[in-house]
Design a protein around this ligand. Structure first.
Ligand code: ADP
Ligand code: ASP
Ligand code: MG
Length: 405
């Protein structure tokens, strides 16, 4: 007997037929005598549809009300999944995030999990019930519903796996595992048997939406080994775990593209101590995540700052920075939304050179211009024209011969 946490993403529970299929799958594993905690997402498309409705009634909806709204997507699926299990004779109970004891901080729309009171769930498990938990949501200390950021059901699953000390954590999705690149974009992408937390984290935070990046961060911190696999077949998936020395033999393990980024250029700000601090303090206070910062010195005591932010925060950047620049005595903000970030990732970069040169040459050969560059120990990222980003992913994948991995 094992204690297993399974998460089924939006496509896996996309309609009632899929929910029935998932219930059969759960029943088979339950019948082997295992204890099961099941995390489900909203049906595919529902969260996007709710966001569109919010925008249709208000250009700038309040984040608290967004959380109230978005939480209903998952609430529908937990109840339907529990009912489908009852329909095949399995004792199951559904819980919202709050009912499951998932407590978060106060940051609406991207809350962090602070604690989980897993005792009630454990009691149900011992009593033989399959527990169904709504992904992506929790409750803060003021009793307000919060959500955990897009893709947040992954985080719910991994945090619950740690809280109930699960023997196994499985993330079921619509692809067979983690590939060397998005298999929808790069046709000869290869499924990886295993990948380190660090590589998975860099890929996830660089746009590989197969896992939410914060969930991978959490898994690394609490050493929750998990498997990404398909709910549409029984193929083995990809194991995500701590780095092992032999993993460094592969220089580049994957390519990611993030099309949901915007480039911000602040020009003509006074070049004096404290300018950058004031700009980035204001952005941080507005919970805006900034990446790829480049500063150029202009002439006559003037500087330009360029950086990237999530596309969804672009309007917030404008609103946040205008008063700051006024206070500094000058500067203009321009936002470019037609960009994408391409990243190549691999722990082997720590011990191999020439990765940047190979990437830049491959892009040059395809006439793709590089606008910004940033590097970390195991990643190189470039900002390029969004229209060319799929081609760039294929070119980079080929340059590192990832189809042979
Ligand atoms: P779910 O709804 O199950 O959470 P997502 O749509 O969030 O699923 O994530 C799965 C999708 O991630 C796949 O359909 C695939 O197109 C995309 N994807 C992007 N990069 C990768 C990658 N490197 N490996 C596998 N899938 C990837
Ligand atoms: N339903 C949420 C989303 O679409 C959470 C998730 O699917 O993980 O982002
Ligand atoms: Mg997802």
């Amino acid at each position: 007997m094992a204690r297993i946490v399974q998460k089924y993403g939006g496509t896996s529970v996309g309609d009632v037929e899929r929910i029935r299929k998932v219930a059969e799958r759960i029943k088979a594993i339950r019948d082997e005598g295992n204890e099961l905690v099941i995390v489900v997402s909203a049906c595919a498309g529902v969260t996007n549809e709710l966001i569109a409705r919010a925008k249709a009634v208000c250009a700038n909806p309040s984040e608290r009300e967004m959380d109230q709204l978005l939480a209903i997507g998952e609430q529908e699926t937990i109840a339907l999944t529990a009912m489908a299990l009852h329909g095949v004779g399995v004792d199951a109970i559904s819980y919202t995030g709050a009912q499951a004891g998932i407590f978060t901080d106060k940051v609406h729309t991207k809350a962090k999990i602070k604690t989980i009171n897993a005792k009630p769930i454990e009691k149900d498990l011992v009593a033989g019930k399959v527990v169904i938990v709504a992904g992506f949501q929790g409750i803060n200390e003021e009793g307000q519903i919060t959500t955990l950021g897009r893709g947040g059901s992954d985080l719910t699953a991994i945090a619950l796996a740690a809280a109930v000390k699960a023997d196994k954590c499985e993330i079921y999705t619509d692809v067979d595992g983690v590939y060397t690149a998005d298999p929808r974009v790069v046709k000869d992408a290869r499924k990886l048997q295993e990948i380190s937390y660090d590589e998975m984290l860099e890929l996830a935070s660089s746009g590989s939406k197969v896992m939410q990046s914060r969930s991978v961060e959490f898994a690394a911190k609490y050493d929750v080994i998990f498997e990404v696999r398909s709910s549409f077949n029984y193929n083995p998936g990809t194991i995500v775990k701590k780095e092992i020395a032999y993993m460094e033999k592969v220089v580049v393990r994957g390519v990611a593209v993030d099309k949901d980024q915007a480039k911000v250029i602040i020009s003509n700000i006074p070049d004096k101590p404290g300018s950058a601090a004031k700009v980035f303090r204001a952005l941080a206070d507005a919970s805006i995540i900034v990446d790829m910062i480049v500063q150029n010195m202009g002439r006559g005591g003037i500087a330009n700052l360029t950086f990237t932010v999530p596309l969804t925060d672009a309007a917030k950047v404008q609103r946040t920075l205008l008063p700051v620049l006024e206070g500094l005595g000058g500067g203009e903000v321009a936002i470019h939304e037609n960009i994408a970030k391409l990243s190549v990732v691999g722990v082997g970069m720590k011990t191999h050179s020439g990765v940047a040169a190979t990437l830049f040459q491959a892009l040059a050969d395809a006439s793709i211009n590089i606008e910004l560059i940033s590097t970390s120990e195991i990643k190189i990222s470039v900002v390029i024209d969004k229209a060319k980003s799929d081609e760039a992913a294929r070119v980079a994948h080929a340059a590192f011969e990832l189809e042979k991995l």
